[in-house]
Write a protein that binds this ligand. Structure first.
Ligand code: HEM
Length: 545
């Protein structure tokens, strides 16, 4: 059975019974079998010097559970933190009632509150990596709506590196540590990028100060991919989501980030946790951009291309609600590590667009979670909807309960049935059924326009942001093979002639500087090499004992 309140993690997990019917004072240590533990300091041995015996259930249970404390870290977005909160709807979009565009119940009434859980993260680096590293930041929101869960799995930046899901494993492999040395390597990263022109817009953001947000509270969020909203009549519009922090936005330069990292490599987790503990609850307003469904040949980009921003002057941001994070997890592992988000998790009134990257993502998330957390990951309190669940799914590893409905026939775990099983629901409104007629192909999209928005972004940056961008790119590229440098410079030139020239000049400058100093490596690679030497040279010798 489902626990009455769905076991959402603010409830106490204490259990006053030992499981054998005898009550157990709640501060007495027990084994998982409910046996009192009389001695938690000494293993059972033959004489007090050993050897140890193997029948010691208490020791075996304690140690073997400890041996299984870790589950695989997320293959991407491994490093993160999370918080609970609430989303409050405005009931409108622009001057219209929101029902004009979507029938999703969480948005309809002004003031309607929906509980949420948010996980913020970095992307490429491992589970305990510094939170000061250059990387996009994840911004994943789980809405526990009355119609079931909705996950809005976004990032802080509004665009992405690639537009076709089949490239994702290659993108991530290039960002992850080298399979031989286990060290992240800028040459591998730019080797991939030099053959991926659609990444130029994202790279222009990532190597600027926008690539290192100050913390998780003062950054934006974006759904990045294009979704649909569906109204009562079944009509759909394209929609993009944006979270705007009411705390403002702050970014760090490379130098500032390195200084912070030297003092605290968990600063963003600490910042969020402490802000919530002191009652300084962070808030974000959710904005949407809406576009009529269709190809929009009048635009110089494809509306479904996630490497592009929809210009605000053509598609204004319209606020639809506000989110407040007001409660920290009480168990990081249960609530943050085991939380599982997915782009396929939508409620009635929200739908997929034809964005092919989004469909690729939608396979990947639940697939990885069935592997990482387990087949029954949706039974965990953090992932289970608050709405009562009634499925015919049964069993599997770690099945915690069966979602049997009181009054229905527990023998029937199939549908259809005449014997009192579950039945299909009625539709909440007209079905949205777009018509398709096209050849099945493997092709790039027509309007790729890989460089225009990247060039515009370069020119919109303030002078210091451009300075930082050039310095970071020059430092990263200086130690790459010439073929990679040449390809990258050529693409920067196509974004903006000055952009390309400045990156070329910076690479040259870094190389010359290092040659003068007699260093083999240059740029970022030189700094890393220096650190390796410093560790040996600056350290103090110790005598063996
Ligand atoms: C085809 C492209 C993509 C694929 C295949 C993909 C796949 C994945 C996978 C496998 C995970 C790990 C999930 C887990 O273990 O729980 C993940 C996490 C995540 N992805 Fe993606 N991703 C893609 C693109 C994107 C994009 C464009 C965004 C931003 C809009 C994004 C945002 C996130 C976030 C925020 C998480 C962390 C969720 C959490 O906090 O648990 N991903 N992605």
């Amino acid at each position: 059975m489902i626990p009455a309140d769905n076991g959402k993690p603010n409830q106490s997990q204490s259990n006053g019974s030992s499981g054998n019917g005898q009550s157990n004072p709640s501060d007495i240590l027990t084994t998982r079998q409910g046996h009192p533990v009389y001695d938690n300091q000494n293993i059972r041995t033959v004489g007090n010097r050993g050897p140890a015996t193997m029948e010691n259930y208490q020791f075996l249970e304690k140690m073997s559970h400890f041996d299984r404390e870790r589950i695989p870290e997320r293959v991407v977005h491994a490093r993160g933190t999370g918080a609970h909160g609430v989303f409050e709807a405005y009931g409108t979009v622009g001057n219209d009632a929101i029902s004009k565009y979507t029938r999703a119940s969480l948005f309809q009434e002004k003031g309607k509150q929906t509980p949420v859980f948010v996980r913020f993260s970095t992307v490429g680096h491992g589970i305990h990596s510094p939170e000061t590293l250059r990387d996009p930041r994840g911004f994943a929101v789980k809405f526990y709506t009355e119609d079931g869960n909705w996950d809005l799995v976004g990032n802080n930046l509004k665009v992405f590196f690639i537009r076709d899901a089949i490239k994702f494993p290659d993108l991530i492999h290039s960002q992850k540590p080298d399979p031989v040395t286990n060290i992240q390597n800028q040459q591998r990263i730019f080797d991939f990028f030099s053959g991926t022109p659609e990444a130029m817009h994202m790279i222009t953001f990532l190597y600027s100060p926008w690539g290192i947000p100050a913390n998780y509270r003062q950054m934006q969020g974006s759904g990045v991919n294009t979704y649909k909203w569906i109204n009562e009549e079944g009509a759909g519009v394209l929609v993009k989501y944006h979270w705007e922090p009411l705390q403002g936005i702050k970014n760090l330069t490379q130098k500032q980030a390195e200084e912070i990292q030297g003092k605290n490599f968990n600063h963003a987790t600490q910042d969020l946790y402490e802000a919530i503990e002191r009652g300084d609850f962070p808030q974000w307003e959710l904005n949407v951009q809406i576009m009529e469904d269709g190809e929009h040949q009048e635009l110089d980009f494809d509306p479904l291309d996630d490497t592009k921003i929809w210009p605000q002057d053509l598609f204004p941001w319209m606020p639809v609600g506000k989110m407040t994070l007001n409660r920290n997890p009480v168990n990081f592992f249960a609530e943050v590590e085991q939380s599982a988000f997915g782009t396929g998790v939508l409620v009635d009134g929200l739908d997929f667009s034809d964005d092919k990257m989004l469909q690729g993502r939608t396979f990947s998330y639940s697939d990885t979670q069935r592997y990482r957390v387990g087949a029954n990951y949706l039974q965990l309190p953090i992932n289970a909807p608050i709405k009562k669940v009634a499925t015919n799914q049964r069993d599997g590893q770690m099945a915690y309960y069966q979602d049997i409905v009181p009054g229905l026939n527990p023998h029937v775990n199939y549908e259809p049935s005449n014997l009192g099983g579950l039945r299909e629901a009625q539709r909440a409104g007209e079905e949205h059924s777009p018509h398709y007629s096209a050849n099945l192909v493997r092709q790039k999209i027509d309007r790729q326009n890989n460089f225009k928005q990247a060039g515009e972004r370069y020119r919109v940056f303030e002078a210091w942001e451009r300075e930082e961008l050039i310095s970071n790119l020059g430092g990263a590229l200086a130690n790459c093979a010439k073929v990679i440098q040449d390809k990258m410079i050529e693409m920067f030139r196509q974004c903006d002639a000055e952009y390309g020239q400045r990156v070329a000049d910076e690479i040259q400058k870094v190389k010359e500087m290092m040659q003068q100093n007699g260093k083999a490596a240059v740029g970022t690679a030189a700094k890393k090499e220096e650190a390796v030497q410093q560790a040996e040279e600056m350290s103090t010798e110790a005598k063996p004992y």
